[in-house]
Structure formats: C-alpha cells, structure tokens
Ligand binder design. Sequence first.
Ligand SMILES: O=C(O)CCC(=O)C(=O)O
Ligand SMILES: [Fe+2]
Length: 336
Amino acid sequence: MPLENVPVIDLSDYYLGTPEGKARVAAEIGRACRDIGFMVITGHGVPADLVSDTYDVSRRFFDLPEPLKRKVGQPSPDQVRGYSGLAEEGLSYSLDDPTPPDLKESFSVGPFDVPADDPYFTEGVAAVHFAPNPWPDDDLPELRPVWQAYFTAQEQLAADLMRLFALALDLPESFFDDKIDRHISMFRVLNYPSQAEEPLPGQMRAGAHSDYGSLTIVRQEDRPGGLQVRNKLGEWVDVPFIPGSFVVNIGDLMMQWTNDTWISTMHRVVNPPRDKAGDSRRISLVFFHQPNYDAMVTCLDSCQSPEHPPKYAPVSSGDHLYMKFTKQTAQGRDAA
Ligand SMILES: O=C(O)CCC(=O)C(=O)O
Ligand SMILES: [Fe+2]
C-alpha cells in the first residue's frame, strides 16, 4: 500500500552517524519519495532562533511601503531575483491549464559571495545562474545577514538530505557531493496576505504545480489556507503542521534522475475559508535546491534495468532549469 498521507520522518538517527541509523532514516525517505514525493522532517538541527529571526525580518520586509519593495524588484524576466508583487505570477502557468495569478508576493535570492575572478561563476551560461542579488540594504539592512545565514543553513541541510537520498538509492553516500558543491539554489520567501476580498474563480494562494529542482525545503506557518499535496489516489491531502519541522519534497529534476521511480508531486496552497480570511496572513520560507549548472542528470544505475531502460536523455541541471522557466514564462504570457 503506498503512503496516502505525508509521513513525518525524524532525522536524528542519521546525525547519530551509525550505519544502522543512517540506513533506517534513508529507508523511510526512500519510501516517502517513491509513494508521495513529500515528507515532514524533524530532528534536522537547524536552530529555532535562526528560523524565527528569518521570519521576523521577512515580515518587516513585506510590511515596507510598496515603492521601497519595488527598489529591489526583479531585475529582468530571465533572472529570478528580488521582489515580485501580489498576483504577478502564477505557479500553474507551467501546466497546460493555467489559473489566474497567485495571491502572494515574494522575494528571492540566489547564491551570494560568488567569486568574481573565477570564470566558472561569471562566463557564458553561468551569468544568469549567479546573477547578483538586489538586497534592501538602505531600508532594511538587517535582512541580508539573517537571510544569508538561513541560506547557508538550508544549503547544509540540503546536502545532508542529498546524502540520505544517495543511500536510499543504493548509491555511495557521497554520490551527489560533487554535483551540488556549486549549486544554483534559490531562497524565496512568500507572503500570502489576508484575503479581504474573495479570490477570482480558480485563483489560489499558489496554483497547482510541481517544483523543478532536486529538492525543496519549506518552513510553513500554521495559518488558515495552507499547503496541500495530491496523492497517488488523486486526492488533495493537507500537509501536517508539526512545530519546528520542515516540509521536504522532491522536484522534477530528481524525478528524471531516478527514471520516474521517485515522484515530483503536484501541490498547491489553498485559500483560507471565508470566515477566517480576514486574518489569515501566512509566510513561508522556501529553499529550492538545484545542483551545479553543469551537473549531468543521467539515469542513476539503481533506477534502470533491461525491463526499465532510461526514459530520458541526459541533460545538465542548468539546461533542465532553463527549460522549466521558459515554459512557465511563455505560458504566463499566453494566459495574461
Ligand atoms: O508556501 C508554501 O507552503 C509552498 C509554496 C510552494 O510550493 C512553492 O513556492 O513552490
Ligand atoms: Fe512548490
């Protein structure tokens, strides 16, 4: 019987470091990735203070007057950086049946402190993946150091999860290490405001979509109108809220890497019920992990056999991401 709900997995045994402990956690993760593509993790070691500081400073950012937020607006459509305003994008645009734009605003940053004298980070296709970040240093100087510390903690957690993924896939624990050591991940904070007015038909906080990359780590708040996942039976199920936990899901790249053995699951953020909508603001902290732009996504040995040959041609992480974004933008233009 596949899991129909999102399981809660305690990582503590992995961090104990014994082979048995690691294998136990890896087995649970493997099952979650095969069955539902989502899990809630506890025992992850990310300090609670760092999370609450990130929430505090993020809330203050979204409370700034609109013109100040626009000062750090998205620099160009091909760079996912900076501030994007309410209902300016729709996650369901990447599907064939897009809905009206999402009732959220966001602020996104990519890798920082990138070496300026190393062509790997600056030349050719690298330039877009390592685009500079606009920071609100004039109006909210506290944000940058806190966000950078959060990004660094998430990068470490993602690396640990990739090690667990390797074990779950019968690969050496370090298999992914050199494929993610110059990753092109993105940290994005989402502000879903209270909804004084009723949304348009079909409009949501975040329309149904799957994520693009290797894995996503979400810190969510326990507020009306939250995250739902579509299970293998086609039912939308709520992701449980466990204080202090993170929600982790795999993205399309990981699904492709595993020859569709693991699933990148559709999810969405629903609107609050009308009687609670007036006080339903929700902020989530989302870390989209994406391997090095030149890491090749080639069907893993443990995910193929003569009966199950590779379904996809090898593709680099950077090209895979680029193709996902162009689809999203093109659909968005058609829908607008
Ligand atoms: O806000 C959330 O809980 C999840 C958002 C999400 O799925 C996304 O931005 O990809
Ligand atoms: Fe998502």
